[in-house]
Design a protein around this ligand. Structure first.
Ligand SMILES: NC(=O)c1ccc[n+]([C@@H]2O[C@H](COP(=O)([O-])OP(=O)(O)OC[C@H]3O[C@@H](n4cnc5c(N)ncnc54)[C@H](OP(=O)(O)O)[C@@H]3O)[C@@H](O)[C@H]2O)c1
Length: 331
């Protein structure tokens, strides 16, 4: 199988993890790193095994040996660089949140489609086999009709000058950074998007540092989550049905990589522990992306999932700012 040759834009912390995944995935090859600083690019390249280092992002785009570009830049730069990468004829793997709003996402997708390149966002847990296993349980119907999803993603993050998450100019904020995943989880479990949402939370330095959220779906189904930079690590969800529930205490990434687990419980007090294949989810993501690129047929599903998630995030940010319920279609 042909290997997809990757360039990376920016020496981001997350690029360490994904750079390793690019090296580990059977169908991918790490070719180049671009940074605003050539010395930083050279150091990153030497440390992570990228043979070509550039002192700008633009040089990655014009490198004829690159098929796909991974964009782990701050959210405020995702739209601009996705459009540039697409116009350079290269496939795009862009970190989450996809952009600052769904208008930007639409611009990004139009550029990708016009240039015949794939887009995928960096929501890694979607690619873990455990996610497919949990979905199979939800579809099997043993839990009865699904009624409510509850989730949390919190990480204690210090407010330092270099921390992009506390910078409103760069697309900081807990809903973009963490709530994104909880929104995706609700959309994934219900196979639907909410009709209206409400968010409340606290701001610090112009960004939301925590939020508590309600989302109302059709048929009186609901989802709730909280996210924030001010608590220790929590990364769980519960999907509750009329006859049982499914709990995953680490859906973002298995705590024990070799034994990814989740539980189901029924009304008689029976619990079952489910184990899935132990894999590295970011390597699975890269491999999936490469399979699509190699097959040469764009997969719309990934565009749609990004856009749907972003539409709900738009509504949540509007709700938080205006302290009122917001219809997703009006956001
Ligand atoms: N999927 C996941 O599991 C996951 C996990 C963590 C983060 N993320 C996402 O990945 C993205 C990056 O997060 P991160 O924590 O890795 O960020 P980070 O370490 O702060 O890196 C961001 C990079 O962007 C470049 N950059 C360009 N303009 C910048 C500016 N004005 N200020 C700061 N950096 C700038 C820098 O690279 P150069 O200096 O080399 O140009 C920097 O290294 C975010 O969208 C985040 O939400 C995803």
């Amino acid at each position: 199988m042909k290997k997809v040759r990757f360039g990376v834009l920016g020496t981001a912390k997350i690029a360490t993890k994904v750079g390793q995944a690019i090296k580990d995935a059977a169908s991918a090859e790490l070719v180049a790193i671009g940074s605003r600083n050539l010395e930083a690019a050279k150091a990153w390249g030497a440390q992570h095994g990228a043979p070509q280092a550039y002192g700008s992002y633009q040089e990655v785009l014009v490198d004829g040996n690159i098929d796909a570009v991974y964009i782990p830049l701050p959210p405020s730069l995702h739209c601009e660089w996705t459009v540039k990468v697409a116009e350079a004829g290269k496939h795009v793997l862009c970190e989450k949140p996809t952009a600052l709003n769904s208008t930007e996402v639409a611009t990004m997708f139009a550029a990708c489609k016009a240039n015949g390149v794939q887009f995928m966002d960096g929501t890694m847990w979607s690619h873990h086999p455990r996610t497919r296993d949990m979905k199979a349980v939800l579809k099997r119907g043993k839990l009865g009709r699904l009624r409510r999803i509850t989730s949390a993603f919190t990480v204690n993050i210090a407010d330092t000058p270099e921390q992009i998450r506390f910078n409103p100019e760069l697309g900081g904020g807990a809903i973009y950074d963490l709530g994104w995943y909880c929104v995706r989880a609700a959309l994934w479990a219900f196979d639907d998007i909410p009709q209206r949402v409400y968010a409340t939370g606290e701001y610090h330095r112009g960004v939301d540092i925590n939020a508590a959220v309600m989302m109302w779906f059709s048929d009186q189904r609901t989802a709730a989550f909280d996210c924030g930079f001010d608590m220790g690590l929590r990364k769980w969800f519960e999907v509750a049905g009329e006859e049982g529930n499914l709990v995953c205490d680490d859906f973002l990434a298995p705590t024990h990589i070799d034994t990814p687990r989740f539980w189901t419980h029924d009304d008689s007090g029976n619990s079952e522990t489910h184990l899935s294949a132990g894999v590295v989810q970011q390597t699975e993501m890269i491999q999936r992306f490469c399979e699509i690129v190699c097959a040469g047929a764009l997969e719309e599903r990934w565009f749609r999932e990004s856009l749907d998630t972003q539409r709900v995030v738009d509504a949540l940010l509007k709700s938080l700012k205006q302290n009122r319920e917001v219809a997703v279609e009006d956001a």
